[in-house]
Ligand binder design. Structure first.
Ligand code: XMP
Length: 510
């Protein structure tokens, strides 16, 4: 076990993930954990994260200084380095010039931390403060950048290391190597941790917490809720009741996949509620996008609540919240991370439902959840599914939503996605879909003039869905999609490809 003490960095969980990528088990904990508790947990190493504060400001997050006396190797990153150095006698102050972005690191001492490093390499910096004076302290400088004389240091007698740059971000070219050297060489970790270990530990935790009570698990058809359900089913199988609401706004075949996967394969107690008519009738005549969203959200909660009541003794509600959802919607419960994004789409269920929440995926990133899903036996079709918005096809059917328009959109969407799958492009892109526009235009088919609908196709690449670029799909693939849709979907005579990036456009059209 390695502990990451979180000082409110945006990168706390990212550090943990990099550590896990090196097959070392890692947990993020609050920065004010006591030395006694650390001794109990008995980690092989401790990493102090970065953070937005200045170590010398009043109220800046601190660390129990007795942690440095435990003899456990410590690696301080950015703020963590400044804190460690200051605690052990160095001085920290504002740097003459702040350093943000790429910098060239020159290594002067290739012992432990920099073993195998080139003398010069690119690192990612993000700091206004830095360690200014080591004179009174027992630190050895290990590396510099143009503006940072102590870009890396180690203590002379204690196993304490500090690096001012961020090894966890991909722009730091050999970031993985610094972490590896710290974990394997300085801490003596062996690198044998696997996803299976996470599964075993979570299964145990869930069993201990739930006892013999029942858990409701909402299924949306997406990756996160499916993996969450699969994990719970593994832990406490018959105590789980899954609720899936068919709102009539799903894509072709989606409801069937959910039923087949959970009912037939996992033998889950699946409550698939057919609420298609209710949603469509409430949406009748509504054209405003926000209004549509509100109605869908309200009806969903209503239907879900009603179904949940029918499950006796349900005490817990499981949700597939991931780590990025946690930061995006306002800070992790275990740390002071500043809110960096305002999330508009946590279509979560309200607390008034009165359940205790279980969020077993809270520490994981999307790609880790996918790995977990595969390990739990979910089919690729579910594990690799692109994200799909809560309001479903309603926000891709511009203007009023009708059964007929939905049917047209579904056909076009299926043709597009099939072509992406066949050409291997589905996995190379982040999200892809068709949109039915409320625009008719003139065309010619056979000898006749047509006046029919337009379908837009949208395909984007993105890491975090906050910004996105349109995918450069091959022209012949686009041509096949266009021909397929126009030939096979009645009522459509024109297909356009959306080449807008986000921002200024959004990914969805409504
Ligand atoms: P936008 O369109 O804002 O979308 O660029 C970013 C990501 O969020 C999804 N999205 C939603 N998800 N409820 C959801 O659950 C919503 O109302 C909603 N609106 C957008 C969108 O599909 C994309 O992945």
């Amino acid at each position: 076990l390695v502990l990451v003490l979180d000082f409110g960095s945006q990168f706390g969980q990212l550090i943990a993930r990099r550590v896990r990528e090196l097959n070392v088990f890692c947990q993020v904990v609050r920065h004010d954990i006591t030395a006694a508790r650390v001794r109990e947990l008995n980690p092989k190493g401790i990493i102090l994260s970065g953070g937005p504060a200045s170590v010398y400001e009043p109220g800046a997050p601190q660390i129990d200084p007795a942690i440095f006396d435990l003899g456990i190797p410590v690696l301080g990153i950015c703020y963590g380095m400044q804190l460690a150095c200051r605690a052990l006698g160095a001085t920290v102050g504002g740097a003459e010039s702040r350093e943000y972005g790429r910098a060239t690191l020159t290594v002067s001492d290739a012992d432990t931390l920099f073993r195998g490093f080139p003398v010069e390499s690119t690192v990612w910096m993000s700091h206004g403060d830095q360690v200014q004076n080591l004179a009174s302290a027992d630190f050895v400088p290990l590396a510099t950048t143009d503006t940072c004389p102590y870009a890396a240091v180690r203590h002379r007698t204690r196993p304490v290391y500090g690096i001012q740059f961020h090894p966890e971000v991909s722009h730091t070219v050999h970031g993985g190597l610094v972490l590896r050297n710290f974990l394997i060489d300085a801490c003596g970790c062996r690198g044998l941790w696997k996803m299976q270990t996470f599964i075993d530990r979570t299964v145990e935790e869930v069993r201990a917490r739930v006892g013999n009570k029942r858990v409701i698990c909402g299924l949306s058809g997406g990756v996160d809720s499916s993996v969450c359900a699969a994990l719970l089913l593994k832990a406490i199988g018959p105590q789980v009741a899954c609720i899936y609401v068919d709102n009539g706004l799903m894509r072709e075949g989606e409801t069937e996949v959910v039923k087949h996967t959970f009912r037939d394969w996992f033998k889950a107690d699946l409550h698939a509620v057919d609420a298609r008519d209710r949603f469509l009738s409430e949406l009748k005549g509504v054209t405003d996008p926000q209004e549509k969203r509100k109605i869908i959200g309200r009806v969903f909660i209503d239907v879900f609540k009603h179904e949940a009541k029918a499950i006796p003794d349900a005490h817990f509600l499981a949700q597939g919240t991931l780590y990025p959802d946690v930061i995006e919607s306002g800070g992790s419960k275990d740390g002071p991370a500043a809110t960096i994004k305002l999330h508009h789409n946590v279509g979560g269920l309200p607390a008034e439902l009165g359940f205790e929440l279980i969020e077993p995926l809270r520490d994981l990133f999307k790609d880790e959840v996918r790995r977990l899903g595969t390990d739990l036996g979910l089919p690729d079709e579910v594990v690799w599914r692109h994200p799909f918005p809560g309001p479903g096809l309603a926000v891709r059917c511009l203007g009023e939503v009708t059964e007929e328009k939905l049917a047209t959109l579904r056909k076009a969407d299926t043709i597009f996605l099939d072509e992406l799958h066949k050409s291997g492009w589905y996995r190379k892109t982040s999200q892809a879909f068709a949109v039915l526009l409320p625009v008719q235009s003139v065309g010619v088919m056979g000898d006749g003039r047509t006046y029919e609908n337009t379908v837009a196709i949208r395909c984007v690449q993105t890491d975090d869905f906050m910004t996105a670029d349109w995918s450069r799909l091959p022209e012949d693939l686009l041509a096949r999609v266009a021909t397929g849709i126009i030939n096979r979907v009645k009522g459509v005579n024109r297909v356009v490809y959306d080449i807008s990036s986000k921002p200024p456009a959004t990914i969805e059209w409504e």
